[in-house]
Design a protein around this ligand. Structure first.
Ligand SMILES: Cc1cc2nc3c(=O)[nH]c(=O)nc-3n(C[C@H](O)[C@H](O)[C@H](O)COP(=O)(O)OP(=O)(O)OC[C@H]3O[C@@H](n4cnc5c(N)ncnc54)[C@H](O)[C@@H]3O)c2cc1C
Length: 504
């Protein structure tokens, strides 16, 4: 179908007309509609929220950061992996550069701890040399190949079998869901509309506008930005573009309790393979140790299950890097799905056939690292596609800071509890999360609506007991603050109710 010449049928008009009458939600017209509230869509939203525009961010899940942006290695790569000249290389290095200031503005934890790619033999050393040369071409600052002795001085727990490593001091770690939540909150404070729990089912371009159909809701927009992650190919196909497909590639992880301590202080990689950067071991911004991911192409874009074989593979891969970790300190496992594009590179460009439609698809790793730069890049594409951008007179660059009770000193604790005694009530004992923090995260823009959303924002339930103690408390607070019965509180929306019936 040639979409420039698309004519809506009478049936389509009637559908939209009656929808508009019967819908409880909206008949809204936007300058730009972004599909997908992962880290990419959310940072694009935040970037556009600085301008005098009417923008919406549509997400099918009941919270933001529910796709790849929820479950990944959380590494801000230095930028030596991608092929020189590719979008991946350019946007990774720029995104890394932007991350520090962005994290400060959004009050998101980010630590520049550096990364090491380990070599175990001559072949690996040649691979390191290739990565080093790519890094130089990609303008990665300060990378160097270190001798075995230097590496072991830096990281004494690493395998004695190593022969050297590529060191990239600009690599870092971030909390990927905090980054996404922070970006959306800031964008919402600046006036963009977040539409949660609405799946885009179809998009009809007509006379310089798009009709976006989400079940019984229909909205209109002059521009559409496709940031739908692993589903970006299906969204693109809605306007007749089928030039790329997305292969779901699952990666499984294991997370260790903080008790394991500082086994490593930087991000430790194996030498990369054909399917990715290989299994790594890294501290998280919250002080855990994370190992994984493996890489397996799967059929189902939703399948985030973990497998016994996968866990074994992860343990073996990480065990090669750090032989002596205590497996008893593993507290959970999870999986994320990479949006591997049929092209080698990110697909970030305006449609050639459908004016006003912009793809930001195939954003596999290093997509998290590149996301701040992708947001700028998409903004510039929109300008070249004719969208006029005038800066708002007033907008918030800085998100309202978050109180993280466990991180503040005793004097600050006393003052905060005096102002609001709910900060004196610890709900999650493992992570020391207070009632005050949970209430706050529910009432912020784009606030938490279910227990997983509370967990991502506050860490209640992320500790050793994985929610065993705090879940009833979290459910009670959600029910009270949202004014709903406790048995309507869900884990992640939909039918995922936590309380089903009374026990005898
Ligand atoms: C295992 C793994 C490890 C990784 N490690 C790293 C790393 O260490 N460093 C790094 O830089 N990158 C890493 N990445 C890549 C990074 O996570 C992604 O590039 C990034 O999260 C992509 O963000 P996104 O917003 O494009 O996609 P997503 O986060 O998947 O967001 C897309 C959103 O679109 C929504 N959506 C889809 N279809 C529709 C629809 N029809 N209607 C409405 N909404 C829709 C989805 O629900 C989803 O929330 C890793 C990825 C994986 C899976």
């Amino acid at each position: 179908m040639k979409h420039g010449h698309y004519k809506p049928s009478v049936l389509m008009w009637l559908f939209c007309f009656f929808n508009t009458l019967s819908r409880e939600v909206f008949y809204m017209e936007y300058d730009a509609a972004i599909i997908g509230a992962g880290v990419v869509g959310s940072l694009i939203g935040r970037e556009l929220s600085k301008y005098d525009l009417n923008v919406c961010l549509i997400e099918k899940a009941e919270d933001v950061a529910m796709g790849s942006s929820k479950a990944n290695s959380a590494v801000i790569h230095a930028g030596y992996d991608a092929n020189p000249g590719s979008l991946k290389a350019m946007l990774n290095v720029r995104g890394n550069m932007l991350m520090e200031k962005l994290a400060r503005e959004l009050d998101v934890p980010f630590k520049r701890i550096g990364s090491l790619v380990l070599a175990f033999n001559e072949k690996d050393m040649l691979q390191l040399e290739k990565l080093y040369q790519k890094g130089i071409k990609n303008h990665v600052p300060d990378i160097e190949i270190l001798s075995r002795r230097r590496v072991l001085e830096m990281e004494p727990q690493l395998s004695r079998k190593i022969t050297g490593a590529l060191y990239a001091p600009t690599a870092g770690i971030v909390s990927p869901y905090d980054l996404t939540v922070g970006a959306v909150e800031n964008a919402a404070e600046n006036g963009i509309e977040l539409i949660l729990g609405k799946k885009v089912l179809d998009i009809k371009p007509y006379k310089g506008k798009f009709t976006i159909i989400m079940g019984t809701d229909v909205i209109y927009s002059r521009y559409v930005i496709n940031a739908a992650g692993v589903y970006a190919d299906l969204i693109s196909a809605m306007v007749g573009e089928t030039e790329f497909s997305i292969i779901p590639r699952r990666g499984e992880y294991m997370l260790f309790d903080k008790k394991i301590g500082n086994i490593v202080s930087s991000i430790i990689f194996n030498t990369p393979s054909a399917t990715g950067k290989g299994i790594l071991a890294t501290p998280t911004v919250d002080g855990n140790l994370l190992i994984g991911p493996n890489a397996h192409d799967i059929k189902d874009k939703n399948d985030v299950s973990t497998t016994a074989e996968g866990m074994q593979e992860v343990l073996e891969g990480a065990g090669k890097l750090i032989p002596a970790f205590n497996q008893r300190e593993i507290i959970t496992s999870f999986a994320g799905i990479r949006a591997a594009p049929s092209t080698e590179d990110f697909i970030i460009k305006a449609s050639q056939t459908t004016k006003g439609f912009v793809n930001a698809g195939g954003i596999e790793s290093p997509g998290l690292s590149a996301a701040p730069a992708i947001a700028e890049y998409v903004r510039d594409i929109l300008i070249s596609e004719g969208l006029t951008l005038n800066k708002k007179k007033n907008y918030y660059l800085v998100r309202r800071p978050v109180i993280r009770f466990r991180e503040i000193n005793d004097n600050q604790k006393v003052r905060i509890i005096k102002e609001d005694p709910r900060y004196g009530n610890i709900i999650c004992r493992c992570e020391k999360v207070t009632e005050g923090e949970i209430v706050d995260c529910i009432h912020r823009p784009a606030g938490a609506r279910n227990s997983d959303a509370v967990k991502r924002r506050t860490r209640a339930g992320m500790g050793r007991c994985q929610g065993g103690f705090c879940m009833p408390g979290v459910v009670g607070i959600l029910a009270r603050e949202l004014d709903i019965p406790a048995d309507k509180v869900t884990k992640f929306g939909g039918n995922s109710r936590l309380l089903l019936r009374k026990t005898k």
